[in-house]
Design a binder for this molecule. Structure first.
Ligand SMILES: [Zn+2]
Length: 66
């Protein structure tokens, strides 16, 4: 009764359920990866999920974001 379940939202990128809590740092995204994918999709004006063989370099993503 005193601890209600946190509400969840669907990750805009992959649709995974994300708890809307302070611990979910990248909400409404489930992870930093999904957040970067969404931002990149808007920047490129194309909304597609990268193919697995086109795995981006995580270090490049972080540095280019700043
Ligand atoms: Zn996601």
């Amino acid at each position: 009764m005193s601890t209600p379940k946190p509400r969840t939202v669907a990750c805009p990128t992959c649709g995974k359920a994300v708890e809307w809590t302070p611990e979910s740092r990248y909400r409404p995204f489930c992870s930093e990866r999904c957040k970067l994918i969404d931002l990149g999709a808007w920047a490129n004006e194309s909304y597609r999920v990268p193919a697995e063989e086109e795995t981006p370099n995580d270090d490049e993503l972080r540095s280019s974001g700043h």
